[in-house]
Design a protein around this ligand. Structure first.
Ligand code: NAI
Length: 379
């Protein structure tokens, strides 16, 4: 089966590697020859490392490379059964390329987008035959992250959904199916991990190092929120928060933070700029956390309650099944446990009381407990 990928940047080149490793003839198209050359060079380096580590043989390497065609000509998508688009996040540009792709491929070909923030319905509106559109959302780096969110739009046919899901499952990925709503599962449910951590800092309850310590040491998260935001990039993380906030018609639950905005504005972007919430310069001394267990538990309980509330909201609003929401957070952002399973372990009443207390204390809509959580506690 021939697979097309449009866009040879961070995501497109990773997805092309996944397709080629799964024995597909793969066509990687980009407008920029430079991007194609870089993708080819990067893949060569990645595969060399895999050979060195004995994860693949030299023959495998040659075969994988041989399956990918790097080209600037979209006409080479002819004969593809699936094309995944991973170009700039601009709707007008996506419309143009989807409409062009439709004129090249057969009516059977599925056309997918890897978009993080645009609706699949809006992208599909450019097609004459929109029942073949859907979202196939990989996580970065695509070859390593197991999660793929599969997003049918209002226009998507059952056949398109089933065929695409079966294919991505056959690549050994963990797929979850979710509604075409802002942030899909992961980028929606994970918002409080950053937002509530920033809020706790802004209120002067604890500093960055202490909040990170509480979440990693007491909560078992692989990275604390501030270390993770520095890793993702404050500019990127802030942009996602802003777009989710706007897409939810400015629901205060998703309100972005001044602290993050100021860090972005100052150029404190994180690891990539040498400084974010922490200093990554040579010889920089890292601040010591306050390891007060009572304070730590308070921080963890508050952020976790907000995350669980968001997971409940996603179930309540039928974004995805409980199982898929838990799978998405463990496989897409490495949470130590699924949030809904975790909620049961803590006790729903305890989580609910924590949210009610915050809601009462602050009087802010941001802390309102989800109706499904309330119903379960009262049943
Ligand atoms: P990128 O900036 O690394 O790569 C985009 C590539 O698309 C560039 O090589 C550019 O030359 C090419 N391009 C632009 N316009 C084109 C056109 N008209 N025709 C063909 N090629 C064109 O972007 P990245 O980060 O790979 O993101 C791509 C998509 O994936 C976006 O929709 C983004 O929202 C989504 N995404 C990004 C993630 C990330 O962590 N970077 C994670 C998941 C999804």
């Amino acid at each position: 089966m021939k697979i097309g990928i449009l866009g040879a940047g961070t995501m497109g080149s990773g997805i092309a590697q996944v397709a080629a490793q799964n024995e597909h003839e793969t066509i990687l198209v980009d407008v920029s020859q430079e991007a194609l050359n870089k993708a080819e060079d990067d893949l060569n380096k990645i595969l060399n490392r895999l050979v060195e580590k004995d994860r693949i043989s030299s023959d495998d390497k040659i075969n994988i490379q041989g399956r990918i065609t790097y080209t600037t000509d979209m006409a080479d998508f002819k004969g593809c059964s699936l094309v995944i688009e991973a170009i700039v996040e601009k709707l007008e540009v996506k419309h143009k390329v989807f409409s062009k792709m439709e004129s090249i491929v057969s009516t059977e070909c599925i056309l997918a987008s890897n978009t993080s923030s645009l609706s699949i319905a809006s992208i599909g509106s450019a097609l004459k035959n929109p029942d073949r559109i859907l979202g196939i959302h990989f996580f970065n780096p695509a070859p390593l992250m197991p999660l793929v969110e599969i997003i049918p739009a209002v226009q998507t046919s059952e056949k398109t959904l089933k065929t695409a899901k079966n294919l991505i499952d056959s690549w050994g990925k963990s797929t979850v199916v979710c509604k075409d709503t802002p942030g899909f599962i992961v980028n929606r449910v994970a918002r409080p991990f950053y937002g509530e951590a920033l809020r706790i800092y802004e209120e002067g309850i604890a500093d960055f190092a202490t909040i990170d310590w509480a979440m990693t040491e007491l909560g078992d998260f692989r990275m604390g929120p501030f270390t993770l935001m520095d890793y993702i990039g404050n500019d990127v993380n802030y942009a996602v928060t802003e777009s989710v906030f706007a897409a939810f018609y400015y629901d205060p639950r998703f309100k972005p933070s001044f602290t993050q905005r100021r860090h972005s504005e100052a150029g404190y972007l994180g690891r990539k700029s040498g400084r974010g919430y922490f200093d990554y310069g040579e010889g920089a001394i890292q601040p010591e956390p306050n390891k007060d267990p009572i304070l730590g538990q308070k921080i963890l309980d508050r952020i976790l309650a907000m995350l669980i509330n968001e997971a409940f909201d996603a179930v309540f609003m039928q974004v995805a099944s409980s199982e898929d929401i838990d799978k998405a957070m463990t496989k897409g952002v490495n949470y130590p446990k699924g949030l809904l399973v975790w909620a049961d372990e803590i006790g729903l009443k305890k989580v609910f009381n924590q949210l009610e207390t915050l809601f009462y204390e602050y009087g802010e809509d941001r802390y309102r407990p989800n109706p499904l959580l309330r119903r379960k506690v009262n049943s």
